[in-house]
Design a protein around this ligand. Sequence first.
Ligand SMILES: [Zn+2]
Length: 714
Amino acid sequence: MIKKCLIANRGEIAVRIISTCKKMGIRTVVAYSLSDKESLAVSLADESVCIGPQSASLSYLNLDHLCEAALLTHCDAIIPGYGFHSENAEFAKMVEECGLIFVGPNQKVLKLIQHKNSLKEIVRSLSIPVIDGTQKVIDSDEDLLNCATELGYPLMLKPVTGGGGRGIHIINDTKQLLEDAQRCKSQGFTGLYLEKYIPNSRHIEVQILADKHQNVIHLSSRNCTLQVNYQKFLEEAPFATIHPLLHRKIIQYALSIAKHIECDNIATIEFLIDEHDDVFFMEINPRIQVEHPLSEMISGIDIVEQQILAAANEPLSIQQADIDFNGYAIECRINAQDPKKSFLPSVGIISSIRWPSLKHCRIDTAIIEGQPISIYYDSLIAKVIVWGKTREQALLSISEALNQIEIKRISTNLDFLRYIIKQEGFIKGNYTSDLFNIAYPLWLTQQDEKNSHENQDRLICSKCKQTLTIKQRYDHQNVCEYCGYHLKISASQRIADLIDDETFIEIDAHATSINHDDFPGYSEKLISAKTLTGMNEAVVCGFGKINDITVCIGVLDSSFMMGSMGHVVGDKITRLIETAMDMGVPLIIISASGGARMQEGIISLMQMAKTAAALHRFDKASGLYISILTHPTTGGVTASFAMLGDVLISEPNALIGFAGRRVIEKTIKESLPEEFQSAEYLLEHGFLDMIVDRRHLKQVLTDCLKLHRRDKYE
Ligand SMILES: [Zn+2]
């Protein structure tokens, strides 16, 4: 029996192996790279040996170092885990040449599995369907095209040097085939081959236990249909939603393949099921799988223990009939990835983790709080596995488990997992690979909406940087309650703030500008302004009541276009003034704008004269005009109607001026005072009558209007 074992791996699988070794009384030595010196596996193992720097190729993939480490520490076996060299016949050979036990199938089996094409031939000879593909690698474009025609589209283009889904392309036509083959080569992938692509497929795998005494049994199936970039992320066992006869057939296929190749240790045999329930052999993984805990949960058998026993030449102590499969298990892989960026790996330090506390919930992880997630290795943070008596119970448990998990300061796929387990297809269980393709875009849209809601929900005051919630902004009419800063608000918000409810009637609502002179880009600019603001032009005009006093009111909105004074705004303001005159009511205009609309040339400049003339007529008719200047009011607007009010009011800190500081300083060749265009400076110099906090504006306007009521004096 094995007494001391070198673990040639890292992360959660190293920790997983240590726990079984401890149970079996086997001493453990963890081989670690420099960046894993402080890892959980190192702290749990009896001994540890540094085998090289961070880069996997110099440490976990360095066969000489691994064998030396095992010999130096007097181990009698090496257990490879998954990934790295776990399936490498060459490694198994080296280990044996060192007089050590390789914990896995023998070299002959590994070599056979490595030669995918000869393996397929063997499987075919057992009358088990295999996915059609090219017999050997093809490098010339001509051969690629010929093979593709022979096989028929859609196809998968796979590089021999890929692995883990890298470099795989789904091909629908000739053009794409040549392009993607070129892309593969330019990315350094070599040895291309083609395989029939099975759309809407289901991925089923069978866990095999075998020994060196010709015993082969199975631990039922796992459903690994859900994958991102050919990486599994959510698996369940058994595959319960296919017909029991189909399930039995697949188990039989797996057993006969394992027996035929004389597999003498654990292995997983993978198949695809197409839309017509036809089954195709895919590949064999002669090692422990990431998702092995699922089979352990439903069978009660420790697979790592069986792997070690078989390697140590022990005959299987379990008969197929002894195994009492019980219940359902679901596994989620929590990865350090950014699902918003196509699941790209994310790096960083996890500041805190909270794992679920639930019955029948297993967490396989090696993560310690404060530990960095390195770019050097895979992005698996943890596996969460739950068990339920029924699939429904397992579904409830996984949902609860995912909800209880909290991982801080690194982006993970957790939120996407929470989303996909709630999809109808997943709940029903009869999903295909398409479930991901459907759910992912939906999830992305939901994230966008969530973000925009969150952004609307909270806003940072640009002056004092305090966070303002919707309620705070509502309560204070969009004035920062900490520093009094007046946030920018829309024309419709201003009308809602000032005009009595349900009394506002808009006029000329449909008037909208057109590009008279075919000014380049103006038509597009108008369309985008209209779509973004939902307005037809940069001013809203109409009449309504302020504390029961009827007024005509126009409000400019600078978010439409800073250069507001086009022919339509000029017309609307003029018609508003005339309406006020006809109705015999006061006029209020709230300005916020940059002035001339250059795209309309001289027509724009004429609006200044037109509005000013209308105001002159209004004045002659003894109309009251209150002009309210808000941030920013400049250019042609200041130079015409905005400065012509009988009463000039401004909001605090508003920028009011004609030209900008730089232009004025250049023209008059003098430097200007610091605050010269602020409302406060203008008030001090007699340009304004008062500065009014937005929260008091309605009251001030009411007082003003009452003071000037004609009927009071008539
Ligand atoms: Zn503030």
